[in-house]
Design a protein around this ligand. Sequence first.
Ligand code: PLP
Length: 420
Amino acid sequence: MDHFELIDGVLHAEGVSLETIAAQVGTPVYVYSTATIERHAQIFREALAPTGDPLIAFAVKANPNRAVLATLAGQGYGADVVSAGELLRARAAGIPADRIVFSGVGKTADEMRLALNEGIFQFNVESEPEAEMLSAVACELGKIAPIAFRINPDVIAGTHAKISTGGKENKFGVAYDRALDAYRLAASLPGLRVQGVAVHIGSQLTNLDPLRAAFGKVGALIADLRAAGHELQTADLGGGLGVPYDPAVPVPPSPAAYGAMVVEATQGWNVRLMFEPGRLIVANAGVLLSRVIRVKQGAANAFVIVDAAMNDLLRPSLYDAWHDIRAVRPTGEGMTATVVGPVCETGDTFATNRAMPEFAADELMVFATAGAYGATMASTYNSRALTPEVLVKGDQWAVVRARQPIETLIAADSLPDWLD
Ligand SMILES: *Cc1c(COP(=O)(O)O)cnc(C)c1O
């Protein structure tokens, strides 16, 4: 459910016409709906309310815009961060340090220092060498780092290979069989306080079974760890719940179904649960708004060439992802065409031979479900400036990231003496 609807024949984000935004900000531009973000945040929280008072930490990598993070801070959400940059953004958006979790396989000593000085809630540690480094850094600062080990449960997540993280061949987490040894090591390190267990098996999961299997393994491990004398207060169950992209594909399990599964899987754990949803909260709250440059007939296909490209929205090219295509002012007529951007790569294709609304030059097109892993993955490939972002709230709207001037992009390079 989202708040992008036709009003008097024109697609709106809540009360704001996308034609207005395109006219004033230009295209391409990402447009986010506050009401949709808040609704998803509330639905997820309500689905998990029966588990007590969980810490819900938004996965910042899904959409790190400071205005989006501040909207979620207003919902009581914390942040799951994977770099110093994400940690600083979360703090700048008003997310308290004691609601921040630090994930990732490659935390550096500098990043650990920053997070310890901020006083974050938990480090999700992904290896024994990382535990040793974190303990050393904490000792140097005279602090104690609260940790969970991220366990690799070796389950097949059933999603795209590039976003599966819980198989034993993946780089993530401590191998399940090594977990007891890792906890024994951590308990012996002076700079650490072991407080929990964490797991995250992948993204865009459309079936609850792999999650249930992973949580079952976490439950068994909690019992083993307690039997071995470790005190555990938290269990972080990660993110990963999928969202609907393609209307022709069955919808993923609802947050309510996920919540019911969690309640059942975590019976008797006696911990504070933590969650790290990203995509579920923001994907359907954002669209990429683009203008058709021209329509061209190829040898085999009709091409609709738009002013957005793979540098603005990488998902189709990276994951073969489907984004629904909508007209901002639909005529009721349809066409079948391949939708491409201006970038000089065949990978710069948003949809191939797609049956969709009819488009002509200068008309506005929307790529739906682009609020997660959209703007955040944008690059300046082909010397295209970073895509601007707009946040709508009711009848109000604001540019929350301005279009980057090309001059800024060019000025970022400098010439060495011998060329100047
Ligand atoms: C990416 C990621 C998430 C969020 O995944 P979604 O599929 O967007 O919910 C949560 N936790 C960790 C550790 C991640 O890497």
